[in-house]
Write a protein that binds this ligand. Sequence first.
Ligand code: ATP
Ligand code: MG
Length: 548
Amino acid sequence: MQEPVNILLVDDQPAKLLSYEVILAELGENLIKAGSAREALEQLLRHDIAVVLTDVSMPELDGFELAAMIREHPRYRRTAIIFVSAIHLTDPDRLRGYAAGAVDYLPVPLVPELMRAKVKVFAELYRKTRELEGLNAELEKRVTERTAELERANAELERRVEERTREREAALSQVHEMQKMESLGQLTGGVAHDFNNLLMAVLGNLTLLKKQLPEDSRLIHFVDGAIAGAERGAKLTKRMLAFARRQELKPITVQVDALVRGMEDMLRRLLGQTIDIEVSVTPALPLIRIDPQQFELALLNLAVNARDAMPEGGRLTIRASRETGEDFTGGARGGDDFVCVAVADTGMGMDAATLARATEPFFTTKGVGKGTGLGLSMVHGLAAQSGGGMRIASQVGKGTVVRLWLPVDHARPAPQDESAEHVVHPVRGCRVLVVDDDPLILSGTAEMLRDLGHVVVEASSAAGAIETLRTDPKIDLVVTDHAMPHMTGMDLARVMHQDWPDIPVILASGYIDLPEPDDLPIPRLAKPYLQSDLAERVAAVMAERAAL
Ligand SMILES: Nc1ncnc2c1ncn2[C@@H]1O[C@H](COP(=O)(O)OP(=O)(O)OP(=O)(O)O)[C@@H](O)[C@H]1O
Ligand SMILES: [Mg+2]
């Protein structure tokens, strides 16, 4: 059943209105009656009218005037208006009616069928138009909804693409940063290696020269100056090697808390009275495996950085706790066991640009001659070479935290007494074979040994050394460089282990990451070494040999 529409019937004569009503009743629409044009306008405002059926001649406003007024209302611009004209209309009259907005005429006397048919057509038209409008609105609503959905999906897609792009860029820049550091490391390591050898020659010869000078000589002063300079150079190359992760580490199993506590006094003296020091170590921390000397040096570096960042004083906090290491491995090695040592200060902090470059070797903000820019590089290198890592967090004006993750040593129990050093007595009169491909170092080391009272035989290669061992049965000890062409010092040690197992070997090296074969523990000597280092190592090795 269709919804009925409103049909407005206008006539000043009630009898005629009644007749319209009777005729149209069977259409089943709503019939609304108005006795004057004014009343008709009121009804038009009150209802939604589909068809207006009006008499032409009415007192006050006639049908044409009413039609013109209806047309003025935007809602009724297209409403069907049918005129009923009792008097005979001339053509100009009709035209006037059409101009006023009429769509049709019904002549009097009325033919009921005609009247019904005409009203019905316009009522249907109105209904269809309404339906179409409804459908149209629904369609528009759906289109809007779909568009919004598409826009949402699009925005989500764009967001994801942006996110991926950002992730990719971050990963790429990380790779780039790592590659940069890697090549910087290689370069630094290479330079440091060569310098190390040169400094060895300088230091060795200076030490010998000093011994030749009479005690009261004014020249000793100059030699001391030169030795001090060369020693500073050696320290620098050590830091460079540390950054390049090529320093020779002597890791042992240690307790972090003991190490840290052992440094407290020294740190207090170093930092002065304006800086408070707080050490907080979680009790019963597991043991870690690290080179204790290098670790102390690293802490010292961090403390000096903190001091420099707090010229007005402040607080230095050292904390040690057990952690998984997820923070520095990015979750990749999560679950691993680490001891995290955090060194925090309340100093000036770093801006983003400084922070990004802080661990780069030679990056310093401390001015020429004040900082080498190798401090953090060394610390980072040590942590990485020890199987851990380093992260820095900093905020301008607030302070800086440097965290070091060091792997827990699961393999070994705590050594009972690390500090009990053997007392070594100096030895003299050994027959020592010195092997080095660098003639400067070869003669320098030989001179040092002769000066210590030993007899020295020299060889410039591992092959030459083997030749000497074959022909000279009296060799007591071999001191060999590691990095040599054709055959390394390590290779030589292996051959000797086979053929001359009784002759001890000392391996001198400052550069290559030496493999640490468990079956062949070889005493090491870190380059550059002083005569005293050499004497101590030789004495220790010979004493061990004698004890067997
Ligand atoms: N705790 C800190 N607070 C603020 N800035 C720091 C801190 N530690 C390091 N920095 C910044 O990082 C730079 C690099 O530090 P790094 O220790 O490598 O070299 P350096 O201290 O400048 O030189 P050196 O260690 O040889 O004295 C510093 O110059 C400084 O700008
Ligand atoms: Mg520093």
